[in-house]
Design a protein around this ligand. Structure first.
Ligand SMILES: Cc1cc2nc3c(=O)[nH]c(=O)nc-3n(C[C@H](O)[C@H](O)[C@H](O)COP(=O)(O)OP(=O)(O)OC[C@H]3O[C@@H](n4cnc5c(N)ncnc54)[C@H](O)[C@@H]3O)c2cc1C
Length: 434
């Protein structure tokens, strides 16, 4: 007889948000995470208002999020001459009922982990447990194949299996054995953090350059009251010839900043010194900008994909982490409606797989950075007045189109009922079957 618990493969942002959601609605679950130690890895990510709303509904407080990041105030694109291309307020200043947070990915990840352990106990996340595949069981459940850090293996049974195992997902590889390899469009990113004085609003996301070479930076900590310095997250990006595919070993590695700073040697203005910002970091993470071609479904009977396993996408829209959180909540809502049953996974897949697959493809086309492409195409990136290059209405319409597709539309979000109503609990199996 299959265990009634839900098995979550992967304890990243998506897997841990799923565990917290399932616990909130009364569904027993266990998370199997491949790494042996949870460490605060990564640099900056953005939590969009739609995700912050879900975190608040999960009981996180503004103080929790202020401990790992800060509310973003502005999103701006700037030309190479320092002139504004586009800027807009973010979060509460834009009219959302919830803030947008720019956070340190690793610290936020640890915050989620601490909450899971606090609420569900230390056994809820099994570290050093890699899920290598699954088998459906005769009674409609699922058995996950698990490889342990000591080399031993086990079969773990559950009612459902959630594949939250990221872009290199083993669950997805089994579900879609003929899926194409990872897709790389030629952009390579170097990411790091440097202490510095925040510019503009004090909590501005700034993107400057062209679509072939650009820098993005934003603070991810409140300024230290002693010296006014914040941790500034930066991403330096260059597009190269990708005709021979990605040649480096591995997708993610730490490199010295001297490896790539020369691409930005002359990016120095009186308001910004890009080489100094890059050199201010001890080292950087190098990784190609990759995603995966969409698949027609995220579900195979009692197994479903979520987060990057379902929809790894270019980070141009700053919503990979946010969408993983929203997925977790939508899965929970589907279980509240349909029980811990395949029907819940079907409802989740029906609702999200199509639109989010569209977003993956849209982000390949540069996402909101498409405005930089337009400026580059129309005037080579240098201009005196942006209105002469892209009229204000066209800029606003471009951004509105992107945000609506990504689920950021202000009115829609503010008036939407909670994804999971307060106090909602799972129905009993018997009731769910009716
Ligand atoms: C180490 C790391 C650093 C990152 N740094 C950044 C960053 O700086 N900026 C940014 O924008 N995004 C970063 N990301 C990606 C970002 O966190 C994700 O795009 C987003 O949060 C979606 O989360 P996810 O939980 O779906 O996937 P992920 O965050 O990738 O989490 C997947 C989890 O599953 C685990 N796992 C993988 N395979 C298995 C398996 N077979 N069995 C069990 N567990 C498995 C992984 O160890 C990981 O903990 C990083 C991801 C990782 C893993």
């Amino acid at each position: 007889m299959t265990d009634n618990r839900v098995i979550v493969a992967g304890g990243g942002i998506g897997g841990l948000a799923t565990a917290l959601t399932l616990h909130q609605i009364g569904v027993p679950c266990v998370v199997f995470e491949a790494v042996r130690d949870m460490r605060p890895l990564g640099v900056g990510i953005n939590l969009q208002p739609n995700a912050v709303r879900e975190l608040y509904d999960l009981g996180f407080t503004p103080a929790d999020l202020d401990g790992v990041g800060l509310p973003a105030k502005e999103w701006a694109l700037v030309g190479l001459n320092g002139n504004d291309i586009y800027s807009e307020p973010r979060g509460g200043l834009a009219g959302y009922d919830w803030p947008q947070y720019a956070v340190h990915r690793g610290r936020f990840h640890m915050l989620l982990h601490d909450k899971v352990v606090e609420r569900m106990g230390p056994g809820a996340v099994r570290l050093g447990h890699r899920v290598t595949g699954y088998d459906k069981t005769a009674d409609g459940g699922v058995s996950a194949r698990v490889e342990h850090a000591d080399g031993s293996t086990s079969q773990e049974t559950g009612a459902l299996l959630i594949g939250a195992d990221g872009i290199h997902s083993a669950i997805r590889a089994q579900m879609h054995p003929t899926q194409p390899p990872i897709h790389w469009g030629g952009a390579i990113m170097w990411r790091g953090t440097t202490w510095g004085k925040p510019i503009r609003s004090g909590a501005s996301f700034v993107g400057l350059g062209t679509h072939r070479q650009r820098v993005v930076f934003y603070p991810i900590s409140h300024p230290d009251p002693r010296n006014g310095l914040s941790m500034i997250n930066w991403i330096a990006e260059v597009t190269m010839d990708n005709s021979e595919g990605w040649k480096q070993r591995g997708w993610f590695r730490q490199v010295p900043t001297s490896d790539f700073v020369h691409h930005f040697d002359d990016w120095i203005w009186d308001w910004l010194d890009v080489p100094a910002m890059i050199r201010g970091a001890d080292s950087a993470f190098e990784n190609p900008m990759i995603d995966r071609d969409p698949v027609p479904t995220w579900r195979d009977g009692p197994v479903v994909l979520m987060g990057d396993a379902a929809h790894a996408m270019y980070p141009t829209g700053s919503n990979g982490g946010s969408q993983a959180i929203v997925d977790a909540r939508e899965l929970g809502a589907a279980m509240v409606a349909h029980g811990v049953a395949e029907a819940a996974l079907e409802a989740f897949d029906d609702k999200l797989c199509g639109p989010i697959s569209q977003l993956i493809l849209r982000n390949r086309g540069a996402g909101p950075f498409g405005l930089l492409n337009m400026v580059d195409e129309r005037c080579g990136g240098t201009f005196d007045n942006i209105d002469d290059v892209i009229p204000p209405d066209e800029r606003t319409a471009f951004m509105a189109g992107y945000k609506s597709a990504a689920g950021f539309a202000i009115e829609k979000l503010n008036t939407a009922p909670p994804t999971i109503p307060p106090g909602a609990r799972i129905r009993s199996k018997a009731a769910a079957a009716v």
